[in-house]
Design a protein around this ligand. Structure first.
Ligand SMILES: Nc1ncnc2c1ncn2[C@@H]1O[C@H](COP(=O)(O)OP(=O)(O)OP(=O)(O)O)[C@@H](O)[C@H]1O
Ligand SMILES: [Mg+2]
Length: 259
């Protein structure tokens, strides 16, 4: 069955301050949705709320992945159900090697007794690292510790490729990447495109969308999706900025959470 992900009227707050003010979005397997929008409009908050970050309290709405209630699930259950977040700022975890982390993450999504064998895991990891043009030594380094900005982003894509999620959220995966790395990461995403997987890609720049063609582009302002269109919308934002959207919708301050 093709993947089906649905966000319905999602509201979320942090420390009593409402940041998400009613998000509606439906992503079907095979589709790539891009979310763009000025700084501080709630994009990363949406990603965190979907993954179940404990700081964000969902106050209203529903999120479903293949008919399952996502908001009912703990963070690890969401990951097991097939949600994946490539973070804007990946955390460094000393003491856990990249390969240990990846193997645990893969096995967490498998039933007991059906864990991936060490040989298969190593073969898989080596293959994917090669595709991403990563030095094999990164397998043995502590997770993200001392990784450069671009190395962290590439490592997020390695995780995505190995974990085989159903719904991939990438938050500014392009920030910090050089031109070659941007192409490599985009190839990784394109290779993962399938009926069984949907993508939500948060980005500020058209240049990522030159390589990953989205089916839908959404603009976020004031904690809502205020405009949706096709790839041409991203192109227009790139050349004209956001003022025309604000004018069209009568928005003066596009940010959320300012007191
Ligand atoms: N943990 C937090 N504590 C306090 N305020 C927060 C927290 N998380 C988000 N906010 C506030 O919510 C608003 C939206 O932040 P968010 O990170 O979602 O924006 P964004 O759209 O991802 O912006 P950017 O494009 O700069 O990454 C901001 O005003 C931010 O300061
Ligand atoms: Mg952000």
């Amino acid at each position: 069955m093709a993947t089906h992900f649905k966000i319905d009227g999602l509201k979320a707050e942090i420390e009593g301050k409402e940041i998400l003010k009613g998000i509606n979005l439906e992503i079907k397997g095979g589709e790539i949705h891009a979310i763009m929008g000025p700084n501080g409009t709630g994009k990363s908050t949406l990603a965190s709320a979907l993954m179940g970050h404990p700081k964000y309290e969902v106050t209203e709405g529903a999120v479903e992945l293949d008919g399952e209630d996502v908001l009912e699930m703990a963070v690890d259950e969401r990951a097991r159900a097939g949600l994946f977040l490539g973070m804007q700022y990946p955390s460094e975890i000393t003491g856990v090697t990249n390969s240990d982390f990846l193997r645990s993450a893969i096995n967490a999504r498998r039933e007991e007794g059906k864990e991936i064998s060490l040989i298969k895991f190593i073969r898989l990891m080596e293959g994917k690292m090669k595709e991403l043009d990563m030095n094999p030594e990164f397998a043995h380094r502590y997770l993200n510790e001392g990784f450069s900005g671009g190395e962290k982003k590439r490592n997020e894509i390695l995780q995505m490729m190995m974990i085989d999620p159903k719904l991939v959220i990438l938050d500014e995966i392009d920030s910090g990447l050089d031109i070659d790395a941007l192409k490599i990461v985009a190839n990784g995403v394109n290779a993962m495109r399938s009926e069984d997987r949907g993508f939500l890609i948060i980005t500020h720049y058209q240049r990522l969308l030159d390589y990953i063609t989205p089916d839908f582009v959404h603009v976020m302002m004031q904690g809502r999706i205020v405009k949706s269109g096709g790839p041409e919308l991203a192109a227009r934002l790139e050349s004209e900025g956001y003022d025309w959207v604000k004018e069209e919708l009568g928005i003066v301050d596009e940010t959320v959470g300012q007191v």
